[in-house]
Design a protein around this ligand. Structure first.
Ligand SMILES: Nc1ncnc2c1ncn2[C@@H]1O[C@H](COP(=O)(O)OP(=O)(O)O)[C@@H](O)[C@H]1O
Ligand SMILES: [Mg+2]
Length: 163
């Protein structure tokens, strides 16, 4: 299982979709799952309760356990959600701040600063208290600032083939 994590706007959704297509494996987009769960509960994703996050996280862990040998999952909190699960390779995706904010505002109209602040609060309250730390070290750290998602896919694929 390849788990791509990082903050809003770094290119997780784009990269995960392209990678899953290239590898021909199932993909799970946690942001989409959260949005759906929030819709059912009658709230906006940004207002999702901790219980709603926990529910989506359970589904994400089930996906990671079920879809073997290979699948792709992407989400902001995966380093915590999938920590300690066997067979998970973490990819931390980064992007320079200004570029990330610009891309994000074009696609989602969301301001990354306020999303980052809300994420920091959620991580501190919901995830960090149970963080097993070293059990979830990164397999790769990638930067999308100057690299297309297609090139990142090739890089990941080449790294997989060298295993
Ligand atoms: N490697 C990249 N190079 C240039 N633009 C990108 C890249 N990856 C994603 N984008 C663009 O940046 C925006 C945010 O990407 P997205 O995949 O939705 O990020 P995330 O899921 O991390 O929030 C989208 O408009 C997308 O087309
Ligand atoms: Mg996304």
């Amino acid at each position: 299982m390849i788990a791509i994590y990082g903050p809003a706007g770094v290119g997780k959704t784009t990269l995960a979709a392209a990678l899953a297509q290239r590898l021909d494996v199932p993909v799970r987009h946690c942001g989409v799952a959260l949005k759906r769960a929030a819709e059912v509960a009658g709230v906006r994703a940004a207002d999702a309760t901790r219980d709603l996050h926990t529910l989506v996280d359970e589904e994400t862990r089930a996906f990671a356990r079920t879809v073997l040998p290979l699948g792709v999952v992407e989400g902001r909190y995966l380093r915590f959600v999938l920590a300690g699960l066997p067979y998970v390779r973490f990819i931390q995706l980064r992007c320079a701040g200004a570029v990330r904010a610009d891309r994000r505002s074009r696609s989602d109209q969301g301001a990354v600063a306020s999303e980052d602040a809300a994420d920091a609060k959620l991580i501190a309250e919901l995830y960090a208290p149970h963080d097993p730390g070293a059990a979830s070290e990164d397999w790769l750290q990638l930067d999308s600032t100057n690299t297309s998602s297609a090139d990142l896919v090739t890089l990941i694929q080449n790294t997989l083939q060298r295993l």
